[in-house]
Write a new protein. Structure first.
Length: 165
């Protein structure tokens, strides 16, 4: 796919397709826009602002992926990084590695994110346990866990909105 197929419209955030595109082209373009919305310097005032972008980026994996959105003290994105890959129903997450990355990026806050390949975004008991462990480890270094988002093809579930944080 070439960039020539998409041309900016007169109104901000609108585009014109200048030549025929395939479904794959459209999905590729959408993922590119989603990555841009989670790019360095973007401010996340509400975790729900990132839901649709996270869902687009993570919902198609056939294995679990655990990622972290590292934020500065103003909740601007420092980096969005995939830290762990797992199997169809689990990913091993190591608090030490999450803490190391958060310190390396000088993050003041994080939004934890992982997908459920089954499509069901309902958090499991294991999800709740690892969230508590990560929160404890990160809190020791004054790094806030703003949310843990579980992504499925059926939508996203927010630990913060469910009162789990």
């Amino acid at each position: 796919m070439t960039h020539a197929k998409l041309k900016a419209g007169e109104v901000a955030g609108t585009y014109h397709v200048t030549s025929p595109v395939t479904e794959t082209d459209i999905i590729t373009m959408a993922k590119r826009f989603a990555r841009r919305k989670l790019a360095k310097g973007r401010k996340i005032t509400q975790p729900s602002q990132a839901f649709e972008h996270l869902q687009l980026l993570l919902q198609d994996y056939v294995y679990e992926v655990f990622s972290v959105l590292f934020l500065d003290s103003q909740h601007r994105v420092i980096r969005f990084e995939e830290l762990f890959r797992g199997t169809i129903d689990a990913a091993s997450v190591y608090p030490r590695e999450v803490l190391k990355a958060a310190l390396a990026y000088n993050a003041a806050a994080v939004i934890l994110v992982h997908n459920h390949p089954s499509g069901d975004p309902e958090p499991s008991d294991a999800d709740r346990r690892i969230t508590e462990r990560l929160k404890e480890a990160l809190t020791l270094m004054d790094i806030r866990v703003i949310d843990h988002v579980v992504v499925g093809s059926d939508g996203c579930t927010s630990f913060a909105e469910m009162g789990y944080l």
